[in-house]
Design a protein around this ligand. Structure first.
Ligand SMILES: Nc1ncnc2c1ncn2[C@@H]1O[C@H](COP(=O)(O)OP(=O)(O)OP(=O)(O)O)[C@@H](O)[C@H]1O
Ligand SMILES: Cc1ncc(CO)c(N)n1
Length: 290
């Protein structure tokens, strides 16, 4: 299994037809992003989803009006209670809000328990699609610390720049170069995402410390339903990996599924801002045909 962790920290990997996947992320009551999106993306990829909430947002398709962070010790309690009972085949980490919350998650990952550490994907959420901040600037170092514990990290263009302490890459080649540097610095696989670039192309790539593993072309879907695309990509990715053990295949499958979900999003008619994607578009197509 491709992994950045020492073998001793891992359980023996086996394909899991219905992977048990935990999302550690913030709540978006509009259902488009955060744990709500993660649970739908995990289910749409054939997994069983669980969620430990790091922070509550007051959020709609138009933006975030408030963030409430419960005591980090309560997050620790959620995580420990769960791990004492449930074996996990994948973990997705999203909004962390503060350095204290990120440190709780790092400590929890370090004490992986008798079952070993499952594959971990970190989506280093910093700013919502609407432009609202979801991570205190003082917490950026703590998020960098989590990259050392992750198998895969999925930054968008601005997050990649912040993690490196650079300016936003102006082109796809610049994004690939930054992804390579981040992969090398943290010995992690980086999913470089083209969603924030201008133009008709939305390429993604899987980049490791030694170079680009796979580059995936994509056509931009010209709709406004892109709220929560990053959350959905990272959760779908770890679930599909847990099913077959290939990050490259999991990224291809998840990107293709997500393009369908973005295309189908407007038909949901949710909200007047940036609407959600339709995680279950393929199921709906099957229902109509069946
Ligand atoms: N308009 C689009 N058409 C097709 N694919 C898209 C579009 N926008 C984003 N994607 C895809 O969605 C995934 C997430 O990309 P993006 O760069 O938008 O992430 P993000 O900014 O982290 O998302 P979020 O909006 O949840 O914060 C990537 O696979 C990207 O290629
Ligand atoms: C809770 C939450 N997590 C992540 C994002 C990023 O899309 C968001 N808007 N809200």
């Amino acid at each position: 299994m491709p992994s950045t962790l020492p073998a001793a920290a891992r359980p023996p990997w086996r394909p899991r037809p219905v992977p048990r996947v935990l999302s550690v992320a913030g709540s978006d009551p509009s259902g488009g992003a955060g744990v709500q999106a993660d649970l739908k993306a995990v289910a749409a990829a054939g997994g069983y989803g669980m969620a430990a909430v790091t922070a509550l947002t007051a959020q709609s398709t138009r933006g975030v009006s408030a963030v409430h962070v419960p005591p980090p010790s309560f997050l620790a309690q959620q995580l420990d209670t769960l791990r004492a009972d449930v074996a996990m085949d994948g973990v997705k980490i999203g909004m962390l809000a503060s350095a204290e919350v990120a440190e709780v998650v790092a400590r929890w990952l370090d004490g992986s328990g008798p079952a070993g550490r499952p594959p971990v994907v970190v989506d280093p959420v910093m700013v919502a699609t609407s432009g609202d901040r979801l991570l205190e600037p003082a917490a950026e170092d703590a998020v960098r610390g989590l990259l050392d514990r992750a198998d895969v990290v999925t930054p968008n263009v601005p997050e990649l720049a912040v993690l490196l302490g650079d300016a936003d890459a102006p082109s796809w080649d610049g994004v690939l170069d930054q992804a390579l540097r981040l992969a090398d610095r943290h010995d992690v696989l980086v999913v470089a995402k083209g969603g924030h670039l201008a133009g008709d192309e939305v390429p993604d790539a899987l980049v490791g410390p030694r170079g680009v593993v796979a580059e995936l072309p994509g056509q931009r879907v010209r709709v406004s339903s892109t709220h929560g695309t990053g959350c959905s990509l990272s959760s779908g990715l770890v679930t599909r990996y847990a099913r077959h053990g290939s990050w490259e295949r999991a990224l291809r499958e998840t990107k293709s599924w997500l393009a369908g979900a973005i295309t189908a999003g407007p038909a949901l008619e949710v909200g007047g801002g940036r609407g959600p994607v339709d995680h279950f578009w393929a199921l709906r197509e099957a229902l109509v045909e069946g």
